[in-house]
Design a protein around this ligand. Structure first.
Ligand code: ZN
Length: 225
């Protein structure tokens, strides 16, 4: 086991509990802490975690938290309510937020959270069917659409995704980023998900880059990708 995990504080019952928090099975053949939350899990459940598409994100975010000396790091949340596609695009802020609402909120809160998840799943569907790397090359911005939108709530930064990676692990994407400048380029989805303030726009509708630029008053509109 690597050192990183030992710096996370384990729950009080970690060494004494007899059954796995996740599957309820006996912990005779070993136990470990989940990389997604603070569950004490059996080795079989740990192997299932490692096979998940969002496992690298869980490890990367934990590594960063350890590096910054954050105590009681809670994990990025298991998010069993989310589809694999949604887990691939959902930022950690919203993962944790929805995870906690769905686990412990009142009935009204859970209903509200479920409606948010439904909207988020629409974004995940858009992600599944959006163009792959290079597919919009050479097309005018009046035709290329942004299929996903990320933002920070203070509206100091936005990202609009026009293409996603074609291979299995959907990390690299392409699109328009508005930070100090507004520019087209590659956007690493995993890095974007890990940024603490970034949110996915659950109610985004595919919009041409030209219209996006017009909406933010960018003078470079009408170009060709
Ligand atoms: Zn288990």
């Amino acid at each position: 086991m690597d050192n990183e995990q030992t710096t996370r504080s384990t729950k009080d019952t970690f060494f004494t509990q007899a059954t796995c928090d996740r599957c309820g099975g006996r912990l005779e053949s070993g136990r470990t802490m989940s990389r997604f939350n603070r569950d004490c899990i059996c080795m079989e459940c740990a192997a299932k975690e490692r096979a998940r598409g969002d496992y690298p994100l869980a490890v990367a975010v934990e590594r960063e938290a350890v590096k910054r000396g954050i105590r009681d790091y809670p994990g990025i949340g298991l998010c069993e309510w989310a589809s694999e596609s949604l887990r691939t695009i959902l930022p950690i802020t919203q993962r944790r937020f929805l995870d906690s609402l769905l686990r412990s909120g009142s009935e009204d809160t859970r209903r509200e959270a479920a409606a948010m998840v439904e909207a988020a799943e629409q974004q995940a569907k858009a992600f599944e069917t959006m163009p792959k790397t290079g597919e919009t090359d050479g097309q005018p911005e009046s035709r290329v659409k942004a299929h996903l939108h990320y933002f920070v709530p203070t509206r100091t930064a936005d990202w609009w995704i026009t293409e996603r990676d074609a291979d299995g692990r959907q990390i690299q994407a392409f699109g328009l980023a508005r930070l100090w400048e507004t520019e087209l380029g590659y956007i690493n989805l995993e890095e974007l998900q890990a940024l603490p303030l970034v949110e996915l726009d659950f109610y985004w509708k595919p919009t041409t880059l030209q219209a996006v630029r017009e909406s933010i008053g960018d003078e470079m509109r009408g170009g060709v990708i």
